[in-house]
Write a protein that binds this ligand. Structure first.
Ligand code: CA
Ligand code: CA
Length: 608
């Protein structure tokens, strides 16, 4: 893979790699398809000065590997008008069997602009494909000489109801145990096996508990492929009810999406909504096939027995919206009236060189009943630093419902919940911060933890993928009453005292609790940002914290569960060791906890 590594390194240099265009052109005919992909991606990050690669890139549109074809489209697009000679091959690529090749071909034709006149008819035909419409229409406007930038959010449906119906599950009442032992079984009522890499958090609704995991245990012996799974258990005793599998979708991707369901579902009545590991938003019937009916327009379930999930509808965010998810599609589902809102996880290409689908939405609102997209927001667009793994939250700000969404570019954006129009935006990064994705340095960051709204303040913690380790970072408090860019005008305070954060903080009684990737839990004064206390748990904190009654539960990557008393005075209540990593927030029901480790689900309650 030396040639591939060299191509990746050149791509990272961007413009500075332009003297290597000749070498990259020869690398486009390397025998290893991955090396050819990296060469094309490296040419894409060089831009217009790679113009002499145009003939070779046009030939690469016939490459047998789809990844090479779409990366070649990206490169031709970034060369721009000087890639005019490739227009005939790009027109052919509009009919490629792989969606991303078609999308990026349309994007390249638009970037070539008025010199791609001959593509107009083909683009008009391509605009009939819903997945391609955005990019084809954008390309047509560019060819016509219109340079007005982003397509406008389309709002075709009547104004949806967005009555506040907020899910505030982080702060709970109840007094769950602070004392349990998985070896002796103390206070463990039951436990069941999950997959082997579980990041999903348990969600309890009705008499069932749901959790996203992987297919490592082949719970359905008839299906032994690598895949993300959503499991449903009976809440009282852990009896398995059904599971939903999201088989790998052949999109010409190099299968770098995590094959484990990380999205926590939202359950409303007899419908459950979640994002699969393959970037599909699904509505399921909570009764599965046990009600004797195959519900909804979706009838193509792979399995239709009592242990299988009944899909009501599915929105494939890649196939329908041209989204290019990076590494994991993990959004929680925000329910607001008739709408569901999710992050699409649109992000960088596999080589981490650029965002291949910059016009795909970052955040969408979908009609709960039909699965139709009501509005879409581009958000970070082409500025995503890595991936997008934050989840939207709703905030009722003086009677107007805002949707707060942390972008992969480090900007927090607020949208009007009904229309999707941006209300304000806040840049969480210092303007001079550089992208340095390695431990122990201050890097330009993305927003991964969900923002928190409490007592009129919005808190947003900056983070990086846990794979890049911990480092100095920032947390901000801002006022949500502004318009436009509020970075300078609505900042209340910034604290430099925290490390990189990926788990959602908790605000309660004037205090803010934040766990970082260095393993430290911080208690800050919510009004001033002043440090009240901190406690080191000795391993990275990934998942969100849980506050139940006055008990703050903090799980870490080493399987350590630390329980502290919430309040201004630090008090350690318990330290419990589990035998597997704790990545997610437990669910509290009454005085009991549903807790998932990386491989097991536990029901924990005081036993007489
Ligand atoms: Ca059913
Ligand atoms: Ca169905």
């Amino acid at each position: 893979m030396v040639a591939g590594d060299a191509a990746r390194a050149l791509g990272a240099l961007g413009m500075k790699a332009s003297p290597s265009v000749g070498a990259l052109v020869s690398t486009l005919s390397h025998e290893n398809p991955y090396v050819r992909v990296y060469a094309a991606e490296a040419l894409a990050s060089i831009g217009p000065t790679a113009a002499r690669a145009t003939p070779a890139l046009a030939r690469a549109l016939d490459d047998p590997a789809p990844g090479v074809r779409w990366a070649a489209c990206e490169a031709l697009g970034s060369i721009g008008p000087a890639a005019q000679s490739a227009v005939p091959q790009l027109i052919e690529a509009l009919k490629d069997e792989f969606l991303y090749v078609r999308i990026f071909a349309a994007g390249a034709l638009g970037s070539i602009g008025p010199k791609a006149q001959s593509a107009r008819e083909a683009l008009r035909a391509a605009a009939n494909d819903p997945a391609l419409r955005n990019d084809a229409e954008w390309a047509l406007s560019r060819i016509a000489g219109v340079t007005s930038g982003e397509p406008v959010a389309s709002l075709s449906a009547p104004a949806p109801s967005v009555a506040p119906q907020l899910q505030t599950t982080v702060v709970q009442t109840g007094n769950p145990p602070v004392d349990w032992d998985t070896t002796t079984g103390r206070n463990i009522v039951w436990s069941v096996e999950l997959g082997k890499e579980t990041y999903g958090r348990p969600v309890v609704a009705g008499d069932a508990v749901y959790v996203g995991t992987d297919n490592a245990r082949f719970m359905n012996p008839a299906y032994q492929e690598e895949a993300g799974v959503l499991m449903a258990f009976q809440a009282k005793d852990g009896t398995r009810l059904w599971q939903d599998v999201a088989p790998r979708v052949e999109r010409g991707l190099r299968e770098f999406l995590l094959p484990s369901t990380t999205s926590a579902p939202y359950v409303g009545g007899d419908r459950l909504y979640y994002v699969t590991a393959e970037c599909q938003l699904r509505s399921l019937d909570t009764q599965g096939f046990r009600d004797g009916e195959n519900d909804g327009p979706y009838r193509e379930e792979l399995f239709q027995d009592n242990a299988a999930a009944d899909i009501v509808w599915e929105l494939d965010m890649c196939g329908r919206l041209g989204v290019f998810p990076h590494e994991a599609t993990n959004s929680e589902v925000l329910s607001v009236g008739d709408l569901l809102m999710v992050s699409t996880s649109n992000g960088q290409n596999e080589g981490h060189m650029r965002v291949p689908s910059p016009r795909a939405p970052s955040l969408i609102a979908v009609d709960k009943r039909s699965g139709e997209v009501v509005w879409r927001a581009i958000g970070a667009g082409g500025q995503v630093l890595h991936g997008q793994w934050s989840s939207p939250v709703a905030a009722d700000v003086n009677g107007r419902l805002q949707v707060l969404f942390g972008g992969g570019d480090g900007w927090l954006r607020s949208y009007d919940a009904a229309s999707g129009h941006e209300v304000w935006r806040f840049d969480g990064n210092p303007k001079d911060a550089r992208w340095l994705p390695r431990p122990r340095v201050l890097s330009r960051g993305s927003i991964i933890a969900a923002p928190v709204f409490a007592d009129g303040r919005v808190f947003v913690a900056m983070g990086l993928s846990p794979g890049h380790g911990n480092g100095p970072s920032l947390i901000h408090a801002i006022s949500p009453n502004g318009q436009g860019d509020v970075t300078g005008s609505r900042l209340l305070w910034t604290s430099h005292a925290v490390g990189r954060v990926v788990g959602t903080p908790i605000a309660k009684d004037g205090l803010l609790y934040v766990g970082d990737l260095g393993g430290t839990i911080h208690c800050l004064d919510a009004a001033t940002g002043a440090h009240v206390w901190q406690h080191d748990t000795n391993a990275a904190i990934w998942g969100s914290l849980l506050l139940a009654g006055d008990r703050l539960y903090v799980g870490n990557e080493d399987g350590g569960m630390t329980v502290l008393r919430a309040g201004r005075r630090k008090e350690l209540l318990a330290q419990i060791e589990m035998d597997a990593p704790l990545y997610s927030r437990p669910a509290v029901i009454g005085d009991a906890l549903y807790l998932a480790t990386a491989n097991r689900l536990y029901f924990i309650a005081a036993k007489p």
